[in-house]
Design a protein around this ligand. Structure first.
Ligand code: NDP
Length: 360
């Protein structure tokens, strides 16, 4: 029990630290895409995710180096840590939902999907959704490093290069999100979701622990002696996915801010109803959600990188993406059909593929 409690509370401490750093460290102030539901004004944000992330990693590194906390402490306490994050996620989800006025609907639905749209804290100094993503990303990175450290401590004589590759690619994924934190202000979670169990528990518990499921399942095992070409294929798939996902997100971000501005040298082509416009060139001419294909490819690359293509554990992560993003595309399609009407119909005709060009 005495050993379980520190593990249980570790995610609470990490999130508290991340929150404190987010409030205290300097941040750039930007105008977002979402409007305040009462005033109609565009929301303003303080963004300092990358700085908070590196300061937290620095603290973890200093603790490991000085021997205060073994490098693989989070691995050793992964079960109690996951339980602590799960509990905190549940408590905070309930608190966020139950302290907000009801929407006249089903309580269970409210608990899952939320009531508040974009709650802010400390007079707008912190945005709840952006903090949650930052907290989840930071703990995920700490878990990945600690799980990999465990592998090196146990199999230091012949470590698996696949684990190094997996952590390197995953670190790229996490840092990429933080580098482009501003682009996230233009995404579905920010403009279409409310804050309930799905987002709160998802960011605080699912994101930092489930996303590490591949490494969790193999960190204890010896080097699988995977061929080098498998690592090369995994890297190529990962970066093909990254190009699609990041490219599409940046192209849309650029288009929403200035519909005339060229992206990667290409002048955007758009469908218009005289008032609104739908981008239909570049990434957005390949399929209507080619960014989702990119996310799934990145996840597949991460699974393959571990060098055990026949093990189930690493594939749980890409399978989860398929389960998440295929229904999400349907939801977004319905939302856009309702919002854009005939313009969306024209976009559907012009770009018939939902996610995978030529296939689906
Ligand atoms: P999108 O970035 O695809 O955003 C969809 C919205 O973009 C639509 O609702 C519409 O909003 C607008 N839009 C759609 N088509 C067009 C078009 N042709 N021209 C202009 N605007 C268009 O989806 P998400 O917000 O869901 O995802 C954002 C990113 O986050 C993606 O890369 C996704 O893969 C990633 N993601 C990552 C997850 C993870 O766990 N790593 C989980 C979920 C998503 P509007 O009404 O504003 O026009």
């Amino acid at each position: 029990m005495s050993d379980l409690l520190p593990g249980f509370l570790a995610p609470w401490a990490v999130f508290a630290g991340v929150f404190g750093l987010h409030l205290l460290l300097p941040a750039r102030r930007v105008t977002g895409y979402v409007r305040d539901e009462h005033s109609g004004e565009l929301l303003r944000y303080r963004l300092n995710g990358l700085l908070v992330f590196f300061v937290t990693l620095g603290v973890w590194f200093a603790a490991g180096r000085s021997g205060v906390m073994p490098w693989d402490w989070l691995w050793q306490h992964r079960w109690s840590g996951a339980a602590g994050a799960l509990t905190l996620g549940l408590l905070l989800s309930a608190a966020v939902v139950l302290t907000a006025p009801g929407r006249g609907g089903d309580l269970l639905r409210d608990l899952y999907l939320g009531r508040r749209v974009n709650p802010r804290m400390f007079n707008g100094r912190a945005d709840a959704k952006m903090f949650l993503y930052l907290a989840g990303a930071t703990l995920l990175q700490l878990n990945l490093l600690s799980f990999a450290a465990h592998h090196f401590l146990v199999h230091g004589g012949d470590p698996s290069p696949g684990i190094v590759l997996h952590v390197a690619l995953f670190s790229w994924f996490v840092c990429d999100y933080l580098v482009f934190e501003r682009v996230h202000l233009y995404t579905y979670d920010l403009f279409a979701e409310r804050l309930g169990f799905k987002l709160v528990w998802g960011c605080l518990s699912w994101y930092p622990y489930f996303y590490a499921v591949g490494l969790w399942s193999v960190a204890d095992l010896p080097n699988p002696q995977a061929p080098v070409w498998l690592g090369v294929v995994a890297t190529l798939i990962f970066f093909a996915g990254w190009t699609l996902s990041r490219g599409a997100n940046l192209q849309k971000f650029s288009f929403k801010r200035d519909p005339e501005r060229a992206f990667l040298g290409l002048v955007p082509r758009a469908l218009s109803d005289g008032e609104r416009r739908m981008l239909c060139s570049g990434f957005w001419g390949l399929s209507r959600h080619v960014n989702y294909l990119g996310e799934i490819l990145m996840a597949a690359g991460l699974a393959l990188a571990l060098g055990r293509p026949l093990a189930l554990g690493p594939w749980l992560y890409p399978l989860y993406y398929v389960a998440l993003l295929f229904p999400r595309e349907r939801d977004d399609d319905r939302r856009c059909a309702a919002k854009y009407g005939p313009l969306w119909e024209r976009y559907r005709e012009k770009v018939p593929w939902r996610i995978v060009p030529g296939v689906y």
